[in-house]
Design a protein around this ligand. Structure first.
Ligand code: HEC
Length: 179
């Protein structure tokens, strides 16, 4: 991002909290190898396979209930997949939000489409945190991005599907961060 490792280390060393955290994790203040290790470890933590949806894709037909499967069908037929797509169910496009109706705070106008993996563990939703629940986020997405008024049953089915995207990290299910 237009900087250098040297410059980043200088900045990190100027922050006492960060220096303290590096000392706890690596036994010394930030340097080149601990910085690169910290970034690589963080990026690895973003890989959370083993969700029920992954198991279903892998051929385990019993991994999803009928309602969750219905939610997945709706997710495709309504057009959510046109933006939330690929191995991370999002994360690979930049899109306008509030296409048909306003969504969250209007700025910035263009956002990265978020990955929906583990989405059930990360309320509140949207870039300004304005949707407190997944139900609310799904309802608003349908209205703002697709001009669809979703019924309660449709919202519940899609939320059911999104709940199957919670994966595992180091062998344990991903859970919400402590408050
Ligand atoms: C035109 C592209 C587009 C379509 C279609 C779309 N989304 Fe989104 N979605 C986005 C963008 C962009 C955001 C980020 C909005 C924000 O942060 O303010 C988002 C955010 C979300 C979030 C909140 C994620 C978070 O962590 O905050 C959920 C849940 C979601 N979408 C589900 C859906 C569902 C379900 C549908 C179909 C009913 C759908 N989306 C259709 C682009 C789209």
């Amino acid at each position: 991002m237009g900087t250098s490792v040297k410059e980043v280390i200088k900045k990190l060393r100027a922050d006492p909290d960060t220096v303290h955290q590096f000392e706890e994790a690596y036994g010394h203040p930030p340097d080149r190898s601990s910085l690169l290790d910290a970034i690589a470890t963080y990026v690895q933590s973003l890989l959370t396979p083993g969700s029920r949806f992954d198991r279903w894709l892998g051929g385990d037909a019993a991994a999803l209930s009928a309602e969750e499967l219905n939610g997945y069908q709706l997710f495709k037929s309504l057009g959510c997949v046109s933006c939330h797509q690929g191995v991370n169910v999002g994360g690979n496009l930049f899109e306008r939000h509030g296409i048909f109706h306003p969504l969250a705070s209007p700025k910035p106008e263009i956002l990265r489409v978020p990955s929906l993996r583990n989405v059930a563990t990360t309320p509140p939703y949207f870039h300004d945190g304005s949707a407190p629940t997944l139900q609310e986020a799904v309802r608003q997405m349908g209205h703002a991005q697709l001009d669809q008024k979703l019924s309660d049953q449709q919202v519940d089915a899609i939320v059911g599907f999104l709940n199957t995207l919670t994966g595992t990290y180091r062998g344990s299910p991903v859970v919400a961060a402590p408050p």
